[in-house]
Structure formats: C-alpha cells, structure tokens
Design a protein around this ligand. Structure first.
Ligand SMILES: [Fe+2]
Ligand SMILES: [Fe+2]
Length: 406
C-alpha cells in the first residue's frame, strides 16, 4: 500500500486532517475545493489517531479509516494515510507533518486543511511555531462563520509566528460529523450527507447505534430485500403491517409487532442445505422433524439471525419469530399476533379457512390461533407431512381454553 513515501514528485500537497467520525460530504467538498483553489496535486486524508486530549477506541480507528477510504476511493487526486492511525501513543499533527516533509521534495508546499475553530487553538498544539513554519494552513469555514472574531488571532499567527493561513468558505460544511452520528442514533436518514458507501458501511457495522434499535428498520428492509425473493419480501411487508393493526387492536407494542413481522421470514429463502448449514453455524438445535423438513426450521433459524445479524435483543420479538410456524403452548400476545398476521396478511393467496381466520383475528385472537393451528395441521396431514410436536401441544392447549392473557 502506498504510504507517505511517494511524494517526491509533487510540488503542492494538501493534508486533510480530522477524526472523520464519520467522514461526510462536507469534508469531501472542502478537500476538493481546496485542491482546485490552491492548485493541489494530491490531497492526503489522514484520519487522526489517538487524540492527545482523549483516548480513542482502536476498533473505531479502523472503522474511521475504512470509511475514509470508501469515501475517497473514486477521486484519483485523493488518498488516505494510516500514518496517524498506526502511530503508537498520542498522535500530534507536528509529527505527521515532519514525517511528510521528510518524504517530500524540498520545494514541495504542504497545505494543512482544517476547520477555522481548530486554527484558533493552534497555539495549544505541540510545537506550534515549527508547525506554522512547515506548512500553510487553509482554514475552511461554514457559511455565516464569524471570521472577524478569528481575524485577530490569524493576524498574530501570520505576523508574529510567520504563519501562512488562508480562509476558504465551504457551503457544504454546515454538515457535521456530530450531527450525522446523532441522526444515525435517532434512526434518521443520512442519505446525501455522506457518500452511499459510507452510509452502507455505517449500517452494515451498526456504527453509532445504527440498525440496533427499532428505528433501524431502513437497514433491515435493505438487507431483507437482498435475501428474500420479491414475493417473500412483499409478504413480510404485509405481515409487518397486519401485525401493527393487530397490535393496535389488542394493545400490544406496535414497534415490536412491526419489527417481528418484518423479520419473521428472514431465513425463509435459503435452500434446505443452506438452512441446515446455518442452523449449525448459529447453534439452532434441530429435532427429527426439523431435520427431515428443513424449511420448517426457517422460523427458529430466523430467530437466531434476528439476534445475530439484525441486532434484535428483545426476547419477545425473538420468540415471536421462532414460533411463527409451529406455534406453541401459552404464546405471548406478540407471538400470537405474528402467528396470525403471517396467516392473514393481505397478500396471502386465498386458501380454505382464510376468511374465517381473518374475521376471528380481530374478534378473539386465541380462537383465531386455535383455528389456524387446526387448519395447518389438517393441511399438513393431507399433504402427508410430519407435524411438529409443538403444533400438536399448542392445539391441545388452545382447544382446552388455557388461554392465559399474556
Ligand atoms: Fe414463515
Ligand atoms: Fe411468513
């Protein structure tokens, strides 16, 4: 990998320093604007290592670095350096600039791009005088930034310390990494604020709480879309919506109902071989019936995937997914809602008994469960399929009217 070593040929290099936690379009627009304004040949993004002021998490260092790579990879004039990420101990800008200066030709001009607020504090950095003598600074500001306040500081830096600091206003800098993190945590969209690759990366790794909360349904839908057939995807949307309606009817948590509905068939579209292999991988126990009919295992495997892949922590949601096919005795209200929503969602093709269950579902959910269990068992007996013991005990339980209101 190219590191700070091949810069002898350049006459004008810019360093874009920052935490990039995460990198966003403001950073990219700023770097590109400086590149053009200052006629820069190469912009080197250097994600900060351990800050002299705060400890940083090594895992997040790697994420910040990789997101910066993803964001810059399509621009041939941009590159990313690991120099600060890999530096042991505290990381100071002066060390990076010394290292870079050493690797550049003597007459190469180095520009350091940073926020105007950072410039105001430059005298608190390590060896500020040497730093000011080694590179030019471009203070990028967002629109409306009060430059007069900073003007005096910059004049002092430029005269007393022979600094060379210029301003450049970047409209896109009204975006901030803090805002992006908060938006992700709150489940709000960050589309068009960061490159799509960075957005996907954040969702994939659940950074800043993405996809790990109920608000991460956008992530879940994206992922489901990629692992389900279009028909199955439409079915899951139908189940999620029906589950919300049932939750409203019976006073259950609609967010949980929606999430359980979305995920209930997340393991459905893998082949039997894949299902068996994944059951082994995720420690899903297989009894004889499941082993003989791996498709039936999709509910238990789905529950395991909901936990491991989709970040669901709520046990009631996990159980609603696990028992949506077989049912079981004494199901929770959410379990019953998903069991029934799966049966009656609007995209279901008509089958014998469907209209009766649709009607019962909103009158007496326990009766609807009993009817559905009976219907399923009869159907499978006719098809000469094995019946899972859980379904048999569930039917006995609901027939006997043991319906605890859970
Ligand atoms: Fe299913
Ligand atoms: Fe389903």
């Amino acid at each position: 990998m190219k590191e700070l070593s091949q810069y002898k040929k350049y006459k004008r290099i810019a360093v874009m320093g920052g935490s990039f936690n995460p990198i966003h379009n403001g950073h990219l627009v700023a770097a590109e604007a400086v590149r053009q304004e200052m006629d820069i040949e190469r912009v080197i993004f250097i994600p900060a290592g351990s800050s002299p002021h705060k400890e940083s998490d090594p895992m997040y260092n790697e994420h910040r670095y990789l997101m910066t790579v993803l964001a810059t990879v399509t621009n041939p004039d941009f590159e990313v350096s690991r120099t600060e990420i890999d530096r042991m101990g505290k990381s100071y800008t002066i060390d990076t600039i010394r290292e870079l200066r050493h690797k550049c030709s003597k007459d190469c001009e180095i520009y350091f791009i940073t926020g105007a607020d950072a410039i105001a504090e430059i005298l608190t950095w390590k060896d500020p005088e040497e730093l000011l003598s080694m590179c030019k600074f471009v203070a990028v500001t967002r629109p409306g930034y009060d430059k007069t306040k900073l003007k005096a500081t910059i004049d002092t830096l430029n005269t007393k310390y022979k600094g060379n600091i210029e301003f450049l206003e970047i409209p896109a800098l009204s975006i901030s990494s803090t805002d992006i993190r908060n938006r992700v945590t709150a489940g709000k969209t960050i589309k068009y604020l960061v490159p799509e690759s960075v957005e996907n990366y954040i969702l994939k790794f659940g950074l800043y709480g993405a996809g790990l909360s109920l608000s991460g349904t956008e992530y879940i839908n994206k992922k489901l879309y990629s692992v389900l057939t279009p028909k199955r995807f439409r079915h899951t949307q139908g189940v999620a919506k029906e589950a919300v309606r049932l939750a409203e009817r019976y006073g259950a948590d609609t967010d949980k109902a929606y999430l359980a509905g979305l995920l209930h068939d997340c393991a459905k579209c893998y082949t039997d071989e894949e299902k068996l292999a994944m059951c082994r991988q995720y420690n899903v126990p297989l009894d004889d019936v499941l082993y003989a009919q791996p498709d039936l295992a999709h509910s238990f495997l789905g529950a395991a995937l909901a936990k491991a892949v989709y970040g669901v922590k709520d046990e009631d949601i996990i159980n609603a997914i696990a028992y949506h096919t077989t049912g079981r005795e004494n199901m929770s209200l959410l379990e019953k809602i998903i069991y029934i929503a799966d049966y009656i969602e609007p995209n279901r093709e008509p089958f014998k008994g469907l209209e009766e269950i649709r009607e019962l579902a909103y009158k007496d959910i326990d009766k609807a469960v009993e009817y559905s269990l009976k219907n399923t068992i009869d159907h499978n007996v006719n098809k000469k399929r094995m019946i899972h013991p859980l379904s048999i005990t569930a039917l006995e339980y609901y027939r006997e009217g043991n319906n605890e209101k859970r």
